[in-house]
Structures are given as C-alpha cells and as structure tokens.
Design a binder for this molecule. Structure first.
Ligand code: GUN
Length: 282
C-alpha cells in the first residue's frame, strides 16, 4: 500500500481563507482582530516560527503587534508587558513564543495571560476546560491534527484505537484528550514506553510528537492506519524530517502527513482561527 498524503498545507490554505473572511467581517464592523506576539531571546527556530506567524496574520487581515526582547529580560518586565496587553482592548490574542530563557518561569508567564486572550490554549484554565469538555481555546497543534483527521473522514473514532507518542503539555496531553472527545480509545506513550513498537502497532490513528527524527519506523505501523507526524527535526544536512520514517510508514499506512507541509501549516491556521474567535468573543 502507498499511503495517501494528508496535505496540511492545502487544508491550511482553505481554512485560512475562511479565517480571512471572518476577520474581514469584524473589520467591517469596526473591530480589527489583533494578535500580540512576544519573543524573548534569539533562538533561530523561534525566530522563524514567529516570523511565519506574523506573516500569516497579515495575510489573514489580522493586525499583529510584535515584541522582541533580549534573553536577559527580567521575568517581572515580561509579566508587566503581559499585564498591559491583557488590559488593551485593541489586543485580542497574546502569544509568548516558547521556549523561554531558563531564568524565566514559563508556566508563571503563561498563567499571567488572560484566558480570554490565551490563543495558544496553554493557560491552566484552557487546559482545564479541555479536560472537562467546556468551551475554551484549544492548543493549536493538536487542534490542527483534529482538523486533518476530520478532513479525511475520521471525525468519529468510536471503535478505533488512537496512540499518541509524546506527553508534552502543548501537544501530547491535549492531543490525547481531543482524541478521547472524538470517541477513540486512547493510549499515551512516550520514548520510554516498554514495547513501544507493539503499542504503536495497535494504533488505527497514530500521532507522533516525540521530537526524535524518524523514531517511528514502518514496522511499528498498523496496516491501514492514519499517521500524523507532529515532529519537525533538523538533520545534519540541514533538511527537515519528522518523528516518523516517512518512506517506511508510507508503505503500511493508509494516510500520512508529510514533514514539512503537514502539521506545521495547520498549527498556524489554528492560531489565526483562535485569534479571530477571541475577537468575535470580545
Ligand atoms: N513553541 C513550540 N510550539 C509552540 C506553540 O505552539 N506556541 C508557542 N507559543 N510556542 C511554541
């Protein structure tokens, strides 16, 4: 079998067009959606991500405010900036790019963001809302994965087993909760799970978010599975690859996301969608 590609880039383009229409309607009503993006330090990957997010905002008709600080920024200054943005009615979303320098308590910074402006969905109130099935902002990467599954006809996963490899607060854990919400039976595994290969082979839907290049091999995939690869790893030759061995997995899976061009563009589309939603709800 040669797996069908889940074209995240194409789906993200379609979804962004819808977001742009909603943004235009808000602007026509005199309310311009706006996202504040905060970057601390000069991590090259973070700089690229932030640049992409800001460019995507512009394209969608969302105003972006960009705040860049050097890595020596004091936590108190960052908290003061967030406080000011919380109280600025012209700002609807606040995003602090992670990771933050080690001397800054990232969770404290996230908790300082008003849940009404938490378009990343990382605030404990957003995480709690997801946990108990209440409305709230959902983290963009797992939300983008859900939208891709819906797009290939896997909106209801009743009777299916989903395995998430990775347990981060921003991808693995919220992903597992969202899959539960889609009626899947869910296993959360990680790089230290004994018999990880056996666990993965039970997955009708496999989400890889471990951050290890090509760790999920073709022989770990159940024939006919849908494989969502969240990993973005840079190889020594400068090329990007996912957590899944794409060539090997493509021979076994029914559906697979490419890297790049899979989950990454969807994450940005979901950020734009959350930002417009924040403005609509303001
Ligand atoms: N760092 C890696 N992924 C993300 C994300 O989705 N949002 C933020 N703010 N930082 C990140």
């Amino acid at each position: 079998m040669t797996a069908r590609i889940i074209d995240g880039k194409a789906l993200a383009t379609r979804l962004r067009a819808g977001v742009a229409e909603r943004a235009a309607a808000l602007r026509a009503a005199g309310r311009e959606p706006a996202l504040a993006v905060i970057l601390v330090g000069s991590d090259p990957a973070s700089q690229v991500y932030v640049r992409n997010k800001i460019a995507a905002c512009e394209q969608a008709g969302i105003r972006s405010l960009h705040f860049e600080f050097d890595s020596g920024l004091r936590e108190a200054e960052l908290l003061a900036r967030i406080h000011a943005l919380n109280h600025d009615d012209a700002v609807h979303g606040i995003l602090v790019q992670l990771p933050l320098p080690a001397h800054i308590d990232a969770q404290r910074v996230i908790e300082a963001i008003s849940p009404r402006k938490d378009v990343d969905g990382f605030h404990v109130a957003s995480a709690g809302a997801l946990m108990v099935g209440q409305p709230g902002f959902r983290p963009c990467t797992p939300l983008g994965c859900v939208r891709m599954l819906e797009d290939i006809g896997l909106a209801d996963l009743r009777g299916r087993h989903a395995v998430v490899v990775g347990r981060s607060n921003i991808v693995g854990k919220p992903m597992a909760l969202m899959l539960l919400g889609m009626n899947a039976t869910v296993t959360i595994a990680h790089s230290g799970t004994p018999d990880l290969a056996d666990t993965c082979r039970r997955a009708d839907v496999l989400v890889a978010a471990v951050g290890r290049p090509r760790m999920i091999r073709g022989d770990m995939i159940k024939p006919g599975a849908a494989v969502i690869d969240v990993g973005i790893n840079r190889l020594d030759d400068g090329k990007l690859c996912g957590d899944v061995d794409f060539a090997g997995a493509s021979e076994v899976a029914d559906w697979i996301t490419p890297v790049p061009g899979g989950v990454g563009p969807m994450t940005i589309a979901m950020l734009l969608s959350n930002t417009v939603q924040a403005c609509e709800q303001a």
